[in-house]
Design a protein around this ligand. Structure first.
Ligand code: AVI
Length: 322
């Protein structure tokens, strides 16, 4: 199963890698229809996501940043001396540098990103803000097994930094498997500093994923433009609607693209039929309780050591140890 990969500054202008292309075709011709959420992040999708992060309704980015600002020293204390900080799916540098600047003699920073363009952008952003730091970039799909760069494989203290609630874009089983893999890779003194979006009033979640300016709608509908470009398809985005709905029982916001009429679209030379009202499921964004997340992480071999939140308990950051 193709997994969500990207975050703050995800895959830039790159064409989709073969596995992602295959997942797109498989998903469109499956029943029910779905698309991998990693496919949201072409150059335009990445730019739209950065706009989402600034929206008044989209609280996660600014809330997490405020939590990091308020508690970076305590977080650095949890991380300890001489750690290697590994960031799967590297970001735009702001949160990372905030943390790195408070860490005690970090040994190295390892950003991981599948897209060479995005990796390079992230390295530049961090190098500009933290000029003395050893940066050891790793071009890899962090949802699969990877090895740390040479010389760091046996590092005493490896700490994973996974902000942004990207973990929420994985199904809980996938999330647990991912965290279990990092636990093994990090060794007996591994740490994990992770941002988790919390369960809350459905109206707040609904607004965050269906904003008044329609930026999230454009982000979702951009998938159809990308399929048109990369598969010679003829989707008319005007005949699909952005739908975001919170499934309270599952604790997840689902994004869909809903066909406004019965229609047939050509994709990769094949006819793809839609009933009126039929949807393509394009993303899940899971929300946790702090205890629920800690329990899931425990199943993956991590013990919660500290947690932080904002006053309204909208977003959580947890530090976990092996
Ligand atoms: C990247 N990820 C954590 C975002 C989220 O909130 O699930 C992606 C997003 N989808 C719609 N808005 C933002």
């Amino acid at each position: 199963q193709q997994s969500p990969v990207s975050r703050q500054r995800p895959a830039a202008a790159d064409a989709a890698p073969p596995a992602l292309r295959q997942a797109v075709l498989d998903g469109l011709f499956a029943s029910p229809k779905h698309l991998p959420s990693a496919y949201l992040y072409d150059a335009r999708g990445s730019a739209l996501f950065e706009r989402i992060c600034e929206l008044p309704e989209y609280y996660p980015t600014r809330t997490e940043l405020a939590i990091l600002r308020a508690h970076a020293d305590e977080m650095a204390g949890c991380i300890g001396d001489g750690a290697v900080l590994v960031e799967p799916g590297c970001g735009a540098g702001l949160k990372t540098c905030l943390l790195l600047s408070r860490m005690h003699a970090p040994r190295a920073y390892v950003p991981i990103e599948i897209s060479a363009t995005a990796l390079q952008a992230s390295v530049q952003a961090v190098a500009g803000r933290c000029p003395k730091l050893a940066i050891r970039p790793l071009q890899a799909d962090f949802t699969r097994a990877f090895a740390l760069p040479e010389g760091l494989a046996g590092a005493r203290r490896v700490v994973f930094f996974f902000p942004g609630s990207t973990i929420g874009n994985f199904d809980p089983q996938q999330a647990q498997a991912l965290l279990a893999r990092w636990r093994l890779l990090g060794g007996p003194e591994a740490g994990l500093l992770i941002g988790v979006d919390l369960r809350k009033d459905p109206a707040v979640l609904q607004a965050a994923y269906d904003d008044a300016q329609g930026v999230t709608a454009a982000f979702n509908l951009n998938l159809l433009l990308r399929v048109n470009r990369e598969f010679g398809a003829d989707f008319d985005p005007a005949s699909f609607a952005h739908v975001a709905r919170y499934d309270e029982a599952r604790g997840r916001v689902e994004m869909h693209l809903q066909s406004r009429k019965a229609q047939t679209v050509r994709v990769d030379g094949q006819a793809l039929r839609f009933a009126d009202g039929e949807t393509i499921h394009t993303e899940n964004s899971y929300k946790y309780t702090p205890d629920g997340f800690a329990a899931m992480a425990r199943q993956a071999g991590w013990q919660e050591a500290a947690r932080w939140s904002d006053d309204a308990a909208r977003f959580g950051v947890q530090f976990l140890r092996a």
